[in-house]
Design a protein around this ligand. Structure first.
Ligand SMILES: *Cc1c(COP(=O)(O)O)cnc(C)c1O
Length: 471
């Protein structure tokens, strides 16, 4: 058969549209999307034919049935979201790759309400004039943290940049060598400082920094004393760092503002639940630090945001910095933040309703209860061998790197399947499940799994054991 004849055999668009399978598909799907797929797949075939050589084109078959199937499968992909929910069986509560903090239903509803209609985002209903988007939450944040003033930007990285650019542009900021952190995704304090036009003055050594190191580094150009919470690592052993209080006193005596990048930001003390090394935001405010920033979606358990609080004179300057316009948050973020902060007005409500806080403070009996229940649901799947074991979960989000939370997990083995193959297959299920592989075993940590997810976990295991898909 010549190439010309092959081209002729390509089905006509009308033939495809009148095919039984297509007609069935179009009963509940869009014709426009189908046409995109028809053009794409037919183009591919034309290109394939063009590229055929004398040696292989006699083997090339054109089959209308197969082509229709291919087109429908391609069109179906357009209906599927790439961004989708996964089940977090890793036990890492604030898992940056899995979206950090989850919001609860009340929060999601508030976001839906605000985002789906017009709102008073920047409109003062009393005067009918332009209002400010930050006014909706400033008082609430101040009430909960004890700060004089507050504002919000896109994330804490933007907050760091805005604070440095506003308070220390063309000046020098002094920071301890023990605190020059890099956070996942290559956010490096020294690089952010460069971008914000701030000169970094490093003092002390990696393991020890004394107050006199800061004092000796102060010059006419010093515009900021910076403290960075070493969220994702600890320097252990022979160490010394300057206390917040000492740094504040030095700042006051030298008339230089003190800024602390707190990273996670915890609104209430968690030491009743586990050995917490995070200071509460309020305690940092009370110690007299002038400006503080923290993330919205780490320990706070809200949406992605960077929250900046502190003395009014400094926060006001930041509100007028042009960068604020570039870093500003959307109404969806503001709605989610406002309701999240409102939930903190009653700590018991926060513990129960904010998923991140609930997963951090959940008691061990509840985790055991969940583990037993899931074990019962999964135990009748063939080839599955399950054992409930005690294990440790992590806080995550670069917070409290050394803290381990006692937890229970299901250790799951499948006949003829290695643990990393189980992990890979579950990730590729229609409802992906992400577990952890530890000491050559596959584990699902029940701390971060909700009961409403149990059925989807069961479906995933059936999919990977029965269907043999991805094995
Ligand atoms: C996480 C973190 C950041 C970055 O915060 P994002 O909200 O992720 O932008 C900055 N500084 C510290 C100390 C952090 O822990």
């Amino acid at each position: 058969m010549s190439k010309k004849e092959l081209y002729k055999k390509i089905p006509k668009v009308d033939d495809i549209l009148n095919h039984d399978e297509t007609i069935k598909y179009l009963k509940s799907n869009s014709l426009h999307i189908l046409k995109i797929s028809i053009n794409k797949i037919l183009d591919n075939i034309r290109n394939d034919i063009k590229d055929l050589t004398d040696n292989n084109y006699s083997d090339y078959v054109i089959n209308c049935e197969i082509i229709v199937k291919e087109i429908i499968n391609d069109a179906l992909k357009y209906n599927k979201m790439n961004l989708k929910n996964v089940i977090n069986g890793t036990g890492v509560v604030i898992h940056t790759n899995l979206g950090r903090s989850c919001i609860n239903k009340d929060t999601a509803m508030e976001v839906y309400k605000i985002a789906s209609g017009y709102s008073n985002l920047e409109f003062d209903l009393k005067t009918g004039k332009r209002g400010h988007r930050y006014n909706h939450i400033e008082k609430l944040i101040c009430q909960l943290t004890g700060a004089e003033s507050a504002m919000v930007v896109n994330n804490n990285a933007a907050a760091v940049m805005l604070v440095l650019n506003t308070l220390s542009q063309n000046g020098e900021a002094i920071v301890s060598r023990g605190e020059l952190v890099e956070i996942g995704g290559s956010f490096r304090i020294p690089d952010v400082m460069k971008l914000s036009n701030t000169d970094l003055v490093e003092v002390g050594t990696t393991n020890k920094t004394h107050l006199k190191d800061y004092r000796n580094a102060i010059t006419d150009k010093t515009s900021l004393l910076l403290k960075v919470h070493t969220s994702n690592y600890r320097i252990m052993g022979f160490t010394e760092s300057v206390t917040r209080e000492d740094l504040v006193n030095l700042g006051k005596a030298s008339n230089i503002p003190v800024y602390e990048d707190l990273g996670s930001g915890l609104l209430f003390d968690l030491s009743d639940y586990f050995k917490s090394t995070e200071p509460t935001i309020k305690s940092v405010v009370d110690s007299g630090v002038d400006v503080i920033s923290f993330s919205g979606d780490k320990m706070l358990g809200g949406p992605q945001a960077g929250i900046i609080i502190g003395k009014k004179e400094y926060i006001e300057q930041m509100k007028y910095n042009q960068l604020t316009r570039a870093f500003r948050v959307d109404k969806m973020t503001l709605a989610a933040l406002e309701i999240t902060f409102r939930q903190y007005l009653d700590i018991e409500t926060a513990k129960l309703n904010i998923p991140t806080i609930r997963n951090l403070t959940i008691n061990i009996a509840e985790i055991i209860h969940k583990a037993e229940k899931l074990l019962n649901i999964l135990c009748d799947i063939k080839n599955l061998h399950i054992e409930m074991i005690q294990d440790e979960s992590q806080v995550g989000g670069g917070s409290m790197p050394l803290t381990r939370l006692k937890t229970y997990a299901l250790k799951i083995c499948i006949d003829n399947m290695k643990p990393n193959v189980i992990a890979k297959s579950l990730r590729n299920c229609s409802y992906p499940v992400v577990g952890r592989v530890k000491n050559e075993t596959f584990l699902l940590d029940l701390r971060t799994i909700e009961e409403i997810e149990f059925n989807n976990i069961k479906k995933a295991f059936i999919e990977i054991t029965d269907g043999g898909k991805n094995v």
